[in-house]
Structures are given as structure tokens and as C-alpha cells.
Design a protein around this ligand. Sequence first.
Ligand code: DX5
Ligand code: ZN
Length: 234
Amino acid sequence: MNNAANRPLIAPSLLAADFARLGEETRAVEQAGADWLHLDVMDGHFVPNITFGPLVVKALRAHTSLPMDVHLMIAPADPYIAAFAEAGADNISVHPESGPHLHRTLQLIRSLGKKAGVVLNPATPVQAVENVLDLTDIIMVMTVNPGFGGQAFLESQLTKITRLREMIDDSGRDIILQIDGGITPKTAPLVLRAGADCLIAGTAVYGAPDYAGAITALRAAGSRVTPTQLASGG
Ligand code: DX5
Ligand code: ZN
């Protein structure tokens, strides 16, 4: 387990925040108990939506000490990775489809001293990450199609989460399994049972009147159950 307290990490996604008050919205989730801040970077090309780039990440760095979890939905990604690293990103995650050389991209992120993540779209198989586990710190499973917040959770991804959990455990590596899209107090138990370590939630946090209550509700969804615990009915 990557998370000593054996509780899920909660990463609110700023995509659902009030974009006119990003600094305040960042501070608010830190005060509300978030573990990471998730930042969705979209280019209107890799995904059909546009958000923000390294300048905004850099501006927000001054507003929080939370790890900044940058999710790049841009193609190509490589030419911008150094800029996001310099802006203060702690984790930088890319989609394998965004460039021809995932191995090289992960090497680049690691060479900048950042945690490297691989993001799997709903149609992307687990094999996309299988041969680069030695360069991977985070695997992010998309449980919606990337591009927008507020979409319905795709239950079809649960078997993929289970398979990735097994793959990570078999590897013996310290890789965090993150889930992104449609996470609510109802869907959180499903992904935690399947083996997730970290829940990304936009609407479920920023769409709630009480951010702390929303984060607590997600955390209360449980923790990852190990195969041993399952076998013993625990
Ligand atoms: C979608 C983004 C998600 C998004 C999730 O492309 O990667 O991080 O913010 O939003 P919700 O939690 O509303 O599904
Ligand atoms: Zn995201």
C-alpha cells in the first residue's frame, strides 16, 4: 500500500471549481482536508475542451502546499512537460495516445524529479502500461471519457481496475492507482473494492455546498480491500 493510513487519497479536481476564483478554491479544498489537488490540462485537440496551461499551475502553486497532480490531456505532451515541472507540478500524468514514445515521456518526467503517471482511457487496455511499470509512479484509470466533468461513471472499467491492482501488487512496485471520472459517494466504494488508492473528484467536491463534508463522505466510502482480506471475507 502506498498510503500508510490505509485510507484513500482524495484529489479534488479543480475543473469543477469557480474559474474566476481559482486561488481561493485551491485554498478551500486544502483546508477541507484534500490530499492532492488535481489539475486537468486540456488542449481542444487531444480532447474536445480547453482549460489552462503552466501559467495557471504556477500561479496556483503559491496558494497551496498540496501535491499538484497534473493530468495532461494534450498532444503532443513532451514539449510542455518541462514547463509544467517548472510551474510546480508534483505529479505529471500522460495518456499513451498523446505521443509515439511513452517510455521516453516517462523518462523525461522522472528526469525532472517528478512522479510520472500513465492515464488509461476507457478503451485503452491495461497492456498499454504493462511494459513501463519500472518508470511509472501512478496509473490513472479514466472512468469517463476525458474532456469534461460531471459525466456518468463507467462501470465497465471496474474489471480493468481489478486487473491493474493485481499487476501492481505482482510487480511489488510502489505505484498509486488513481481513478478519474464520475466519482461520488456511491461509486467510490466500487472502485475502492476493486483496488483503487486515490479518488479524483470534481463535481462531487466542488459541486457540494460543504467541501469538507464532501471529502469526508468520499473517504468514508472505505479503503482498498486486499486480496487476502477478500479471501477471508473481510
Ligand atoms: C475529465 C477530467 C476529470 C474531471 C472529473 O477529463 O480528467 O478529472 O474533472 O470530473 P468529475 O469528478 O465531475 O467526473
Ligand atoms: Zn483528470
